[in-house]
Design a binder for this molecule. Structure first.
Ligand SMILES: Cc1cc2nc3c(=O)[nH]c(=O)nc-3n(C[C@H](O)[C@H](O)[C@H](O)COP(=O)(O)OP(=O)(O)OC[C@H]3O[C@@H](n4cnc5c(N)ncnc54)[C@H](O)[C@@H]3O)c2cc1C
Ligand code: SF4
Length: 417
């Protein structure tokens, strides 16, 4: 009885913390629980694969609640185990809509020749992305079999699980393809926290066969994909950001990137939902010392580091780097308070600021990035600060706007299936 009460009060605590810190919007597909139907069996809490690392679902007054909405990644296991059908899986909430592109069962969009696979289409999880990448490729192979004048059969955008799977399929089918990735192999998985336990159902990759992990550390999964890339000889162009997809004069498409352009019969968008990192647009941003996420805080040891942004990722970057010996961290944010970040992160920044480990500059804007310094406008006055590295954590540009420029219909879901 006491343990039951303890669990109830800890669920309530998680819900209060999530609400107070504004972490109330689930990023993807998530359960909506009909409390009039819920009989409090706790099956859903036990079934959630994320529950071992975060409290996602919890029981409050003998009813199930989504207590950690931002940690829900759409496994959907809760719905399957509910004996009374109290759970509906929905996208978005009444407060915040989520854009989902219209995709046909063959993965083709309203623009014939442009396909979508993976989380961008609405369905999260690695296994689903792998399966969709494979299936989309089979449909694309049928389209490009017809004679065409384009230089390539296919451009795949993104090398996350969906893009890797589609690339293997294209290679196996001997298509003329190019896979373009703005960052690195693995997509969102490469951005998971260090040593995160990845939960995935077995999935089958073209050329390779069954990827039979159930529980695997993020680093092991990335290493596995790197070996697959190496052994199969698939070709992926890294650091290539697709900026536009336009209809080509003789049919097919022109895909424009930061490096070049490609003439292709079809395009597969496997770009996920994280979007592209927002840039500052200031002189000097092209310097190699400017990065858009922290890979290893230890590499900033003994450096003067500027972190730009006011969300959780900026605060986490600043505090983990500031914990390294000999490091000086300045955290620049254009607003007057960190209102978007979790309470825990805000408190840690305050503690580190009080201890002189981080200097926080509210109402500040970076003006220029030099070789050994940066210029920041702090409340109207320019300041030059010694600098060895800049971490920009200013959010991402969501893919919806990009999809609309291609002519793809995007529907906004407000807590609907
Ligand atoms: C914190 C967290 C934990 C998760 N844990 C799990 C888990 O345990 N198990 C699980 O199954 N799923 C998990 N997921 C979900 C899973 O990561 C995603 O569903 C999956 O990665 C989607 O794969 P994708 O290939 O569709 O897209 P992504 O993995 O997002 O890959 C998209 C790729 O496209 C690239 N790209 C985007 N735009 C462009 C452009 N314009 N030009 C060039 N390249 C571009 C990106 O750089 C990226 O590499 C988790 C998600 C998060 C956020
Ligand atoms: S599985 Fe269904 S009935 Fe059981 S606690 Fe969850 S929502 Fe309620």
């Amino acid at each position: 009885m006491r343990s039951h009460r303890h669990k109830e009060s800890s669920s309530l605590g998680v819900l209060v913390t999530s609400t107070e810190s504004g972490m109330i919007e689930p990023p993807t597909l998530h359960p909506e629980i009909d409390l009039t139907k819920c009989i409090g069996c706790t099956n859903c809490v036990a079934a959630c694969p994320e529950q071992s690392s975060h409290a996602v679902l919890g029981m409050i007054r003998k009813k199930a609640h989504l207590v950690g909405p931002t940690d829900c990644i759409g496994h959907g296991a809760c719905k399957t185990v509910c004996p009374v059908n109290a759970i509906t899986l929905v996208f978005g909430t009444s407060r915040r809509g989520i854009d989902i592109p219209r995709v046909n069962p063959d993965f083709q969009t309203d623009v014939p020749g442009v396909f979508i696979a993976g989380e961008l289409g609405g369905m999260g999880l690695i296994r689903n992305a792998v399966e969709q990448g494979k299936q989309a490729l089979q449909n694309i192979a049928a389209v490009v079999k017809e004679p065409h004048q384009n230089e390539l059969d296919l451009v795949i955008v993104g090398a996350g699980p969906a893009g890797i799977s589609a690339t293997l399929g294209a290679h196996e089918s001997k298509l003329r393809y190019a896979t373009l990735e703005q960052e690195e192999l693995g997509g969102t998985v490469a951005h998971f926290p260090r040593r995160k336990l990845v939960m995935t159902q077995p999935a089958s990759l073209p050329m390779v066969g069954l990827m039979s992990f159930k529980e695997v550390q993020k680093e092991t999964l990335i290493e596995y994909w790197q070996q697959v890339e190496h052994k199969t000889g698939i070709s992926i162009n890294y650091d290539e950001h697709v900026e536009a997809v336009e209809g080509a004069a003789g049919g097919g498409f022109t895909v424009k990137t930061n490096a070049t352009s490609y003439n292709t019969r079809t395009v597969l968008l496997a770009i996920g939902r994280r979007g592209s990192p927002r840039k500052l647009g200031v002189p000097g941003e092209e310097r190699t010392k400017v990065v858009y996420r922290v890979i290893d805080p230890g590499q900033h040891r003994n450096q003067n580091v500027l972190v730009v942004g006011g969300g959780d990722s900026a605060l986490e970057a600043a505090t983990t780097i500031a914990a390294e010996p000999g490091t000086t961290v300045t955290l620049s944010y254009r607003s007057a308070a960190f209102s978007r970040a979790k309470l825990k992160n805000r408190e840690l920044v305050e503690e580190m600021e009080a201890a002189g480990r981080i200097r926080v500059l509210f109402n500040s804007n970076v003006q220029a990035i030099g070789e050994r310094s940066v210029i920041i406008d702090v409340e109207g006055t320019n300041e030059s600060i010694p600098n060895d590295a800049v971490v920009v954590s200013a959010g991402g540009i969501l893919p919806s706007a990009f999809l609309r420029t291609i002519g793809i219909n995007v529907e906004t879901k407000w807590g609907t299936e």
